[in-house]
Design a protein around this ligand. Structure first.
Ligand code: NAD
Length: 435
């Protein structure tokens, strides 16, 4: 059992802290957000993640999981400090390291025992070396500090499951002893550990996200061609995915990726390349294709409906993917802006993400509390997030509630034959329309 501090209790930090406490470590989670810390001290998760509340509660109960806003208190007598603060993008696409800098200063000021720093946050190659140098330069107490890069691969919406069943744990360490400690800490998870050096670990994270984003933009481009040549993207993706070299995952065509990771990490990697005199042409195309894909439904709607001025459009789903309340870079932001700009009257519903949506979606959208309310009297509906409750809808609801049953589905939620028998007009991604 190790004594661990986790700095930052967002999706990554909180899930990491909770999971580490569940395998027996004593964990203190630190956050500067007093409101969040108060909630967590009361046993409530400040984010929506399936299963998180339950695991959190049992470890608070067992006395292994603590929360504080004080770095001094949180860092006291710890063997390991995990850094899990945000690394958002700056306007030029590079990673903003100001939260990392702040944590670095806090660690240098407060640690009074030998400690290993573990970086979970996604940081540009070379950042772990920078963190270690800065901490060592500013240390108040003469202690030994080492660093390990341990990038995070969890998926929002199944983060708790992923913490216990991930494909691999990457441990990037230039000090063998420090790497051994972190490998040991993770042993109870029973997940294979991949050991490498610090810089390769940092690159594994960016390269993985860039590759997944590439798969998405690739299949979306194929989908766009399928529409023109009369092929069906679902069949194409299935046929492709049967080849083990390609794999069937991440071949779902749609309205494009969003979220807190792919958009910023692809831009950051393109910048890392540019800063090192390499033009990452492929990745820049991936990013451009994704931005264009966000407009695909609105473009279709304009072709089918003509002007959208005064048309009542329902948006089903706002979160960037199902099972999360995260709105960061959700395609819903671009879609609602385009619809409002075109003069449409937009009504939106999301099962979980509505509070967060109101902070980032442009003003002018009306929010309602159910699918039925959103559809009432609508001229068209856009499906942006494939929440199970939308996929499981009885399709008769569209004909019953809408002024005209016209669907633009950005997630290919429905089978074309089922749609055909429901007498609705249906436009999806990479498949023939049902008119
Ligand atoms: P987040 O924005 O949800 O949470 C960050 C937390 O850090 C916030 O609660 C903030 O208050 C806190 N914080 C900031 N400065 C602090 C300080 N000095 N001391 C204590 N707390 C501080 O971020 P996130 O989505 O959990 O992502 C964290 C990192 O993990 C990022 O680098 C991200 O790229 C990476 N990552 C995220 C995901 C994901 O799915 N969200 C997956 C893999 C990796």
């Amino acid at each position: 059992m190790k004594k661990i501090a986790v700095v930052g209790t967002g999706y990554v930090g909180l899930v990491t802290g909770v999971a580490l406490s569940d395998i027996g470590h004593d964990v203190t989670c630190i956050d500067i957000d007093e409101h969040k810390v108060k909630r967590m001290q009361e046993g409530k998760s400040p984010i929506y993640e399936p299963g998180l509340d339950e695991v959190m509660a049992r470890n608070i109960e067992a006395g292994r999981l603590h929360f504080t806003t004080s770095h001094e208190e949180g860092f006291n007598s710890k063997d390991v400090i995990y850094i899990a603060v945000g690394t958002p993008e700056k306007e030029d696409g590079t990673a903003d390291l100001r939260f990392i800098d702040q944590v670095t200063a806090d660690i240098a000021t407060h640690v009074a025992d030998d400690v290993i720093i573990v970086t979970k946050s996604t940081v540009p190659v070379g950042t772990n070396d920078y963190i270690l140098k800065k901490i060592r330069e500013r240390l108040i107490h003469k202690v030994t500090v080492n660093i390990v890069s341990n990038p995070e691969f969890l998926r929002e919406g199944s983060a708790v499951y992923d913490a216990f069943h991930g494909d691999r744990i990457v441990v990037g360490a230039d000090s063998k002893e420090a790497g051994d400690v972190i490998e040991d800490i993770n042993k109870p998870f029973g997940i294979q550990v991949y050991r490498t050096d610090v810089r390769s670990a940092e690159m594994i994270k960016y390269a993985s996200n860039a590759f997944l984003a590439t798969k998405i933009s690739f299949i979306n481009e194929i989908a766009n061609i399928c529409e023109k040549v009369g092929a069906n993207i679902e069949d194409v993706a299935t046929g492709m995915g049967m080849d083990d070299r390609i794999g069937s995952k991440f071949l779902n065509a749609g309205i494009g990726y969003g979220g807190s990771c792919f958009p910023k990490d692809t831009k950051a990697l393109a910048q890392i390349a540019a800063n090192n005199d390499h033009h990452f042409e492929l990745l820049e195309s991936v990013i451009r294709v994704n931005n264009q894909q966000h407009s695909s439904l609105t473009t279709k709607a304009k072709t089918v409906m003509g002007s959208l001025k005064g048309k009542k459009v329902a948006l089903l789903g706002l979160a960037f993917k199902p099972n999360t309340d995260d709105m960061r870079e959700s395609p819903a932001i671009a879609v609602s802006s385009e619809l409002l700009l075109a003069g449409a009257d937009v009504t939106a519903y999301d099962p979980i993400a509505m509070d967060n949506a109101k902070k980032v979606i442009p003003e002018g959208v009306t929010y309602v509390d159910s699918t039925e309310e959103a559809l009432a009297g609508a001229d068209a509906v856009f499906i942006i997030t494939d929440w199970p409750e939308f996929k499981e809808l009885d399709l008769s609801v569209f004909k019953e509630k809408m002024a005209t049953p016209l669907l633009f589905d950005g997630r290919n939620c429905y089978d074309l034959n089922t749609v055909a028998s429901a007498n609705i007009n249906y436009y999806s991604i990479g498949r023939s329309p049902v008119e």
